[in-house]
Design a protein around this ligand. Structure first.
Ligand code: PMP
Length: 292
């Protein structure tokens, strides 16, 4: 068993610091590739097939053929989890265009690289997670769908990184990106929800958000628990006027929000958040089992 981060790279399992790809991989040169972030609990990957579906769709959208079948990818993830030191962790699965000449034409790349890294991922310090995240609304806009569709989970995250830099400068934990029309899209690596008058609201993905797998689950859990849900466009005012706000993501899991642009929210963590967080924990237990 390897004690630190482990990586599966084109068929080989290695300590992550020994896993290398060629410097002329177009994933590095141009961000030409797709990825997924997958959590595992009790050594079982959570919602793995949903992640593979989204990976396949992202790859198809950028005309990239994944050289492994879903069964083979499942075996890769299982092998990686087995080799990892802890029962719980995070896997970054990437498919890059592969090595090729310096020009950006993907036709010149012969073979995609498949990389899966198992490690720990903390999106926000534990203390802050309990106290609630401080958000800013970023001046950096989410890329428009006619530029790069936000539903494609590509290696191109530069505008999210610019938004995060803005959050860092403001002393905040996370930034919210608006779409080109000035309506709420999502966080840098998470979807956003608000609660208003007992109703759970989130922007539809057509507003410029990734089709988050945690988002999908939270909507379902809310419905199962009798909480009214609505996917509707939201403005910045809606964030400021919310009773509760929280973020969702595979890396983030569920994070309550304490403030947005220095406006404190009245409830953090709020009652709806707490119910959903408990339901989320139960789902993980049901799907990933409990180690005896
Ligand atoms: N939006 C963006 C931009 C993300 O990178 C992520 C993380 N994958 C999410 C939302 C949340 O998606 P999921 O719940 O599938 O992890």
């Amino acid at each position: 068993m390897v004690k630190q981060s482990v990586t599966w790279l084109n068929g080989q399992l290695l300590p992550t610091e020994q896993a290398t790809v060629p410097v002329n991989d177009h994933g590095l040169l141009y961000g030409d590739g797709v990825f997924e972030g997958i959590r595992f609990y009790k050594r079982r990957a959570f919602r793995l097939q949903r992640h593979f579906q989204r990976l396949q769709l992202s790859a198809r959208a950028i005309a990239l053929a994944i050289p492994l079948s879903t069964e083979e990818l499942t075996a890769v993830i299982e092998r990686l989890i087995e080799a990892f030191a802890d029962d719980d962790g995070y896997i970054r699965l990437m498919v890059t265009r592969g090595a090729g000449p310096l020009g950006l034409n993907p036709n010149s790349c012969s073979q995609p690289n498949v990389i899966a890294i198992a490690d720990q991922l903390t999106m926000i310090a534990i203390d802050e997670r309990q106290a609630g995240a401080r958000l800013i609304v970023s001046s950096v806009r989410r890329l428009p769908a006619d530029g790069l569709d936000p539903r494609i989970k590509s290696l191109n995250y530069l505008n999210h990184i610019l938004a995060k830099i803005e959050a860092n400068h403001a002393g905040a934990d996370e930034a919210i990106l608006l779409n080109g029309q000035g309506r709420v899209a999502e966080g840098t690596a998470d979807n956003i929800f608000i609660v208003r008058d007992g109703r759970l609201l989130t922007p539809p993905c057509s507003e410029g958000a990734l089709e988050g797998i945690t988002r999908e689950l939270v909507l379902k859990l809310a419905q199962d628990n009798g909480i009214e849900t609505r996917e509707q466009p939201l403005g910045v005012y809606d964030l400021y006027a919310a009773d509760e706000c929280f973020l969702t993501g595979t890396g983030a899991e569920l994070i309550p929000v304490a403030s947005i642009d220095c406006r404190s929210l009245p409830n953090c963590p709020g009652p709806v958040f707490q119910r959903l967080q408990q339901a989320f924990g139960r789902t993980i237990d049901q799907e990933c089992g409990v180690v005896l």
